[in-house]
Design a protein around this ligand. Structure first.
Ligand code: ZN
Length: 165
């Protein structure tokens, strides 16, 4: 088993699309910064990379590289997932926490969980998602994501190890 932890934050900016967990949410502000600003997919990506001791998202996809400007964060997640699989692991489950003042995540939680489950190729009941408002944090203009992920060694990897002794 392996455990991974990911954290990310992005600032809200007016007039840009909002994407969280690979889903477009209707809102008057979006998340600026690196790529499409998908704070949840970035935290999941970093959790996956951390679990296999790979370099983090900023090292693999530098924000300074114009190539990643406005990029679909699914690309980052897929690369992290590939590294997890190459290391002989599969995702067992993830648990995520979003902290943001608006919009309300509740009505979109089902869609976000379904999309994340699909991207990670795991069952819906293996994707935990909770959201809260930033009480006392003074981060009203920021979206924050914390993610933990558990990886399990695949049968093929176990078999290979056994043969090698
Ligand atoms: Zn990010």
């Amino acid at each position: 088993m392996r455990i991974g932890y990911g954290f990310d934050s992005h600032e809200f900016q007016p007039g840009i699309p909002l994407r969280i967990g690979g889903i477009a949410l209707a809102h008057d502000h979006g998340l600026g910064g690196h790529s499409d600003g998908d704070v949840l997919l970035h935290a999941i990506t970093d959790a996956l990379l951390g679990a296999v001791a790979a370099p983090d998202i900023g090292a693999l996809f530098p924000p300074s590289d114009p190539k990643w400007k406005g990029a679909d964060s699914v690309v980052f997640l897929r690369e992290a997932l590939k590294r997890v699989r190459d290391a002989g692991y599969a995702v067992a489950n993830i648990d995520a926490r979003l902290i943001l003042a608006a919009p309300k995540i509740g009505p979109h939680a089902g869609a976000i969980r379904r999309r994340v489950a699909q991207l990670l190729d795991i069952d819906l009941n293996c994707v935990g998602l909770k959201a809260k408002t930033p009480e006392g944090l003074n981060t009203e203009n920021t979206a924050i994501a914390h993610v933990v992920v558990l990886l399990a060694e695949t049968k093929t990897a176990r078999r290979r190890k056994k043969i090698r002794g």
